[in-house]
Design a protein around this ligand. Sequence first.
Ligand SMILES: Cc1cc2nc3c(=O)[nH]c(=O)nc-3n(C[C@H](O)[C@H](O)[C@H](O)COP(=O)(O)OP(=O)(O)OC[C@H]3O[C@@H](n4cnc5c(N)ncnc54)[C@H](O)[C@@H]3O)c2cc1C
Length: 188
Amino acid sequence: MPSEPTASPSAFDPNALRDRYRRERNKRLRADGYDQYVELKDSYAHYLDDPYAPRVERAPRHDTVEVAVIGGGFAGLVTSARLRQAGIDDFLIIEKGGGLGGTWYWNRYPGVQCDIDSYIYLPLLEETGYMPTEKYAYGPEILEHCNRIGGFACNVLLGRERRKFFHKVYLRPWSYLYVVRHRFRESG
Ligand SMILES: Cc1cc2nc3c(=O)[nH]c(=O)nc-3n(C[C@H](O)[C@H](O)[C@H](O)COP(=O)(O)OP(=O)(O)OC[C@H]3O[C@@H](n4cnc5c(N)ncnc54)[C@H](O)[C@@H]3O)c2cc1C
């Protein structure tokens, strides 16, 4: 059944709301900045390994695409789907893991679950025709949905094969280098 747009409450004050969010954000900012994060080396180095996909060596790949999407989590998947909907097919998701899903690929501990209503949280439900089975879907269902979106939206280059490729150009032990050249077009 069609519904009307939600009416804005008359007392809504966007500046007050913005201030509230700013106050909450400031509470969470820490003086140690990036130093608060633990580098994945030494006894933490194994966290860089992908336990879900065996490493496969292969020859380097050199691709030229209109759009390179780094990361195959929700953000990369939705971006890719929207590109496809806009008629742009010449894109490539480059994902360092062995599969799509990002957060939901990497986090598979028992009971892992979203805490936002699945019907809102899971992207592209209408486009894929999928209805979540639970109000707060569990990880495996969300991961499956990521792969469903992948089927709908994607050209993917997965990372387990790619590590070798980037070995020659990586800058630091924990990073990869992608060469992205911008192509500018005159419009109008
Ligand atoms: C257990 C759990 C529950 C959550 N529940 C909710 C929820 O209920 N509601 C909510 O709003 N949010 C939730 N989140 C937050 C969740 O992370 C986001 O909702 C969302 O999945 C993030 O998507 P993303 O694409 O931005 O990032 P990610 O999911 O982190 O995806 C980024 C991807 O990029 C890849 N990548 C990173 N760097 C590179 C590189 N250099 N080269 C190639 N690939 C790279 C990573 O491997 C990863 O696959 C939850 C998070 C966790 C851990």
